[in-house]
Design a protein around this ligand. Structure first.
Ligand SMILES: Nc1nc2c(ncn2[C@@H]2O[C@H](COP(=O)(O)OP(=O)(O)O)[C@@H](O)[C@H]2O)c(=O)[nH]1
Ligand SMILES: [Mg+2]
Length: 368
């Protein structure tokens, strides 16, 4: 019995830790449809590849579930799938969207997405939301606000993967984006809520980055921090409607002024502000035109391609760093030995530098 106790139950815990651990036999009778229980044969690579290239949404959805899976065999299949569709990726416009909760990101994506589709585009919406394990994903939580867009056959909406650290979520979003491109989506909108590192992460995978602001919420609240403005190519002042039009215009003027003092996000492009009402659908055409102008501009200066290549390199370097560290620390006995050294340093039994040196010897790495 004690062998089947989940490891998170404290030693000597009483019945207040209500838990049932099923026997393997009982677990086998579960008929769940959860993706990780799908047998290997359910993922037919040829079929996935063909379905994606045909633009079939159900297949695309399944393929994203595959690359989001944490199982090692799914990982290998997912990478093979990405490899196969890679020649069909890269031709979309990748747009990042950020802003504080309540700024109107979801409403904006709904109306802007519908606008783009009315112009003949195919729109995929993805999200990076590090808080999504709590909020169930920013997109999913706001599904009602994207009802029209989600019903449109030229759209594809995928809530953010809800598990894992930002790095893992970022990989999944990046790969989802590639799959969407292979499926023929020519515009990818990646939403992120403005917390911590997530804007930088989204900026590192898109061509153009937009910050959605509203008038009168206060600079602090809106995070008009230099950092976020420096990442943004376009700043949209939303909710420019009804009684709020004057205030929105004033906010725009202030932002225009502030932009003079900050480093542009994209070399050769002066970051700009635009007004819109996501609710009433005004200003969307001007935003779309501005995005087109940005893309044309950066393509002409070759900044577009340079940035994309740099983004891939940056991605490569980050993954390699992570993998190298994992490989080194993952060696047998290393963790235990290092924890002894850490403790000796902590308790002043050994100088820190010496402890680190011994750790390096332990890891069979020279130098320091
Ligand atoms: N008046 C007005 N309200 C808006 C506009 N865009 C969004 N809202 C409202 O602002 C609230 C937050 O919008 P939401 O899209 O959920 O913001 P998000 O948290 O940034 O995704 C909702 O009540 C929306 O109806 C707009 O253009 N004008
Ligand atoms: Mg939202």
């Amino acid at each position: 019995m004690s062998k089947r106790k989940p490891e998170w139950i404290p030693e000597g815990a009483g019945p207040e830790y209500a838990s049932r651990v099923m026997s393997p036999k009982a677990a086998n009778t579960i008929t769940t449809k959860a993706p990780w229980r799908k047998s290997r044969s359910k993922y037919d690579l040829d079929a996935l590849q063909a379905g994606i290239l045909r633009g079939d949404r159900a297949t695309l959805s399944r393929a994203i579930t595959l690359i989001e899976s944490n199982s090692p065999s799914h990982f290998a299949m997912g990478q093979e799938l990405i490899k196969r569709v890679l020649p069909h990726t890269g031709s979309s416009t990748r747009i990042g969207i950020t802003g504080v909760p309540g700024a109107g990101k979801s409403t904006f994506i709904e109306s802007f997405g519908c606008y783009l589709i009315s112009q003949g585009k195919k729109v995929a919406v993805l999200a990076i939301d590090p808080s999504s394990s709590i909020s169930q994903g920013s997109i999913l939580g706001d599904k009602t606000r994207m009802e029209k867009l989600s019903r449109n056959e030229h759209s594809f909406i995928r809530p953010s993967p809800s598990s894992g650290v930002l790095g893992g979520v970022a990989r999944k979003t990046r790969e989802s984006m590639l799959l969407c491109e292979a499926a023929g989506y020519d515009t990818i909108l990646i939403e992120t809520v403005g917390v911590g590192q997530s804007e930088t992460t989204v900026r590192s995978m898109v061509d153009i980055f937009m910050l959605i602001q509203i008038a009168g919420a206060g600079d602090e609240l809106q995070g008009i921090k230099k950092g976020i403005m420096e990442l943004s190519d376009l700043i949209i002042v939303n909710k420019a409607d009804g009684d709020n039009i004057q205030a929105a215009k004033m906010a725009k003027a202030e932002l225009d002024h502030a932009l003079h003092y900050i480093q542009p996000s994209t070399k050769g492009w002066q970051s700009q502000t635009l007004l819109c009402s996501a609710l009433e659908g005004t200003g969307l055409d001007a935003i779309s035109d501005k995005i087109d102008e940005f893309i044309a501009n950066t393509k002409k200066s070759s900044m577009f391609l340079t940035r994309r290549k740099d983004q891939v390199l940056h991605w490569f370097d980050a993954l390699l760093d992570e993998a190298v560290l994992a490989a080194i620390y993952g060696r047998a006995g290393v963790k235990e030995r290092i924890s002894v050294l850490r403790n000796e340093a902590r308790e002043n039994q050994k100088p820190v530098v010496l402890a680190v040196q011994e750790a390096l010897e332990e890891l069979k790495l020279d130098g320091y």
